[in-house]
Every structure is written in C-alpha cells, then in structure tokens.
Design a protein around this ligand. Structure first.
Ligand SMILES: Cc1ncc(COP(=O)(O)O)c(C=O)c1O
Length: 415
C-alpha cells in the first residue's frame, strides 16, 4: 500500500503535553503521552456517563457501549478473531499473574515452564511463583548479540512444556523477538506461548494470528492511552482457564477474567488511542488504498516503524560518536531487529549522574535496572545502578536527539 512519510510536526501537534513545554520525553518505555482525542474521550466519559455499567438507564447503556466499542478496537489492533478474546484491567503485571495463577492450578502432567533472562521481571516472577505448584523451569538465555535465538529454545522444549513466556521486545535494550518462530516450535510439543507485548506495542504491527501465540498482554499507557492494561487469549483457552470469579459471573471470556470494576474512562481512552493510530495511517495513505480500519492501523504502524528506524540510526550514531557503551543491537544494518530503546553507559560517568544532568537540562531518561535485573546481570552491569535508558517513540524528533547529544557531550567524568 503506498504510504507517505510521517511528518513529525503534525504528529506532535496531536499531543497537548508536547506543546506545553520543550521538555524532552525520552522515557516513553515507562509510559507515553496521550493525543488530544484520547484526552477528549476520557473527559467525555467522565462528564457524560461516569456510572456503573449493566444498568437499564441510558448513561449505563452508554458505558456498556463504550466498553464494547473499545473491545472491538483493541481486537482490531491485535487482529484477534473475536472482541471477546480481549479483557480489560489495571495493568499487564496483574494479567500475567492472573494467567499464571490459573495455569498453576492445571500444571499436571505438563509442568515445565520456559522463562527468559531478557524479560521484564513481571513476566518472570509471575511464572517462578508457580514453583510451589510443582512447576519446573527452563531458562532461555539471551546471546551475546542481544537476541533470543529460537535454536537455543528448541532443546528446552519437550512433551512436558506447558508455557513459554517471552517478550515481543525487550523493555531495556529494545531487541525484537521472533515470536512466530517460537510459536511454531512450542506448538510442535503442544505447549502454549505467553507474549509480553508491553514494550513492543507502540512500535509496530501486532497480529496475534501471524504470531501464532496463545496469550498476549499489553499496557495501554505505553500505547498513548491512560493507565490500563489488556489481555488477549485464544477463546478456547480462555474458556478453559480456571480464573477467579464470583459465582454469578458466567464462566465465559471476557467477563470471567475481568474481576471487579476496571477504569472505564481509561478504556474509553484506549479506544481513542487505537483510533489515533488509525487516523495517522489514514492520513498517510494514498487515496486509492483500501481504507478498512485494520488497513489504516497497518498503515499507521508501518509509518511509525519506518520513522522510528530513522530515529534509531541517529541515536546509535550519536551514542557511538560520544564513546558510550551500548548494550544490545548496534549494527546499523539490523535496525529492523530493534525498537528505538537504548541502554548505555558513558565510561567514567555514573548512570545516576548522567540522568540527573539530563533532568536538569529538561530531558527525561531513566537509570537503574529497568525492572529487568536478570538482564542487567547477564550484561555484567552492577545492581541496582544498571545503566541509562533512553526510550523513544514516534513523536520524538531528530532535533531532540541532537539536543540530547549536546548535553551528553558536555558531561565530564565523575570526580
Ligand atoms: C516489557 C514490560 N512488561 C511488563 C511491564 C509491566 O507493566 P504494567 O505496569 O502494566 O504492569 C512493563 C512496564 O514497564 C514492561 O515494560
């Protein structure tokens, strides 16, 4: 489909927070800014229908409709078979634990779980907690090149493999994982694939059919929505999942995995966030192209991906020229294997001082272990100091990278 290039100024004009100051948001992996239409959707919800769902009166029906609409939008974002495969909740961590608790109840005779040393700790700890249920763990370790290789996973699989839990992309070093190949390998043994898509989601196309996975979790607040999370699972698996629910809740997805009330206005915001990406795609697509919602999402995400690769190239060159040690993929020919999330250290400068200096210059980056302490250990980094992470999204610009570079260049080694 012919696609025009994303225009940074136009994108930035959609995000009110970017207009309020010249602060540089380079900590997007911890949460992104929201477009005006998301803000409007949240405000609309709070003003017009801030009531409980399931009532017979009009405002309550509007809440039901807003949730149904959001489910449809998120299902489109993921290319899910059915909106009922999408559940809304507080965040990704609570969903990972919800699924792990349920799987922990049904571990026999398949009790082997594969976890990686590249994940956010949420997608490790929730599985390791199943030790008391009799789970046996296999560690899929990252190689020196900053990648998880499927050849290294294959020997860990067998007829007792129950789940392989993996990231779609690392929240610390930005490497993308080949989830589709993982799914093929795991399914040969009848196991299930649980994908933490939190970090990948704002950066590229998600297609659960093409990925072939069984569960996938996301945090809306990383994808230009307010704080919330969602879980997708194959309908037949969600139906079987022994999740906690009150007796009066039918044993059917999505209700059975949405314990209690979630934050409806933020779900309305998530719906608007999906529509924002669609609009981006629609605006960048030639008139002749087919304008289905999914096609617009594909166009929006492709434009984001193309633009972010340019940012990655600039950022990696800047880090290289400044003498920084970069962890993860640095090869300019392998930018398609990463998202614009960079973990690095400047020789002789503590991560803490570097981020303090950036903060004083109006630039938000993060230091520490990035909630991936095992990855830090794998990289030989001290705990908890770790390293510095700059995580960019499609509203960041080359000019911001240049300003970051000027501040970096002026930093002298620690006394
Ligand atoms: C890759 C990844 N997984 C899981 C989480 C936890 O997400 P949440 O805060 O929605 O529980 C994060 C948060 O930063 C993350 O980056």
């Amino acid at each position: 489909m012919p696609l025009r290039q994303l225009v940074p100024a136009k994108v930035r004009a959609c995000f009110p927070a970017l207009q309020r100051s010249d602060f540089i948001f380079f900590d997007n992996a911890a949460g992104a800014q929201i477009p005006q239409q998301v803000l409007d959707a949240v405000t609309h919800h709070l003003l017009e229908c801030n009531v409980q769902r399931g009532g017979r009166y009009q405002k309550s029906r509007e809440v039901d409709a807003a949730i149904a609409q959001a489910r449809e939008s998120v299902a489109l974002l993921l290319n899910a078979n059915h909106p009922d495969e999408v559940a809304f909740g507080m965040n990704a961590t609570s969903f990972i634990r919800l699924v792990s608790l349920a799987i922990g109840l049904t571990l026999r005779p398949r009790n082997q779980i594969v976890v990686t040393d590249m994940d956010h700790e949420a997608n490790i700890a929730a599985w390791l907690a199943l030790q008391s249920n009799g789970a046996i763990f296999r560690w899929w370790r990252m190689r020196e090149d900053g990648k998880l290789h499927v050849e290294d996973l294959e020997p860990l699989l067998g007829p007792r493999t129950r789940v392989v839990a993996l990231p779609a992309a690392s929240n610390a070093i930005g490497s993308i994982v080949d989830v589709a190949s993982v799914s093929k390998a795991v399914h040969r043994f009848g196991g299930e694939v649980f994908v933490d898509c939190v970090h990948y989601a704002p950066h590229g196309i998600i297609d659960v059919q093409a990925l072939g996975c069984d569960y996938l979790v996301c945090s809306g607040y990383k994808i230009f929505s307010p704080h919330m999370g969602f879980l997708w699972g194959r309908r037949e698996l969600l139906k079987k999942l022994p999740a906690f629910r009150e007796d009066f809740i039918p044993d059917e997805p999505p209700g059975k995995i949405e314990a209690g009330t979630f934050i409806y206005e933020n779900v309305a915001g998530m719906d608007a966030a999906v529509r924002y990406i669609e609009q981006l795609g629609r605006d960048l697509t030639e008139e002749s192209a087919n304008g289905s919602r999914r096609n617009n999402l594909l166009a929006g995400m492709s434009a984001i991906r193309n633009y972010e690769e340019m940012l990655s190239l600039d950022f990696l060159r800047l880090l290289r020229d400044s003498g920084a040690q970069v962890y993860g993929i640095t090869d300019e020919h392998r930018l398609s294997e990463r998202v614009p999330t960079f973990l690095f250290n400047l020789p002789g400068v503590s991560p803490e001082r570097l981020t303090d200096t950036m903060a004083a210059a109006g630039i938000g980056v993060r230091d520490g272990h990035m909630y991936s302490p095992r990855l830090m250990q794998r990289l030989g980094l001290p705990y908890p100091e770790g390293a510095v992470r700059a995580s960019l999204v499609h509203y960041n610009t080359k000019e911001e990278i240049a300003r970051f570079g000027q501040v970096l260049a002026a930093i002298t080694p620690d006394a």
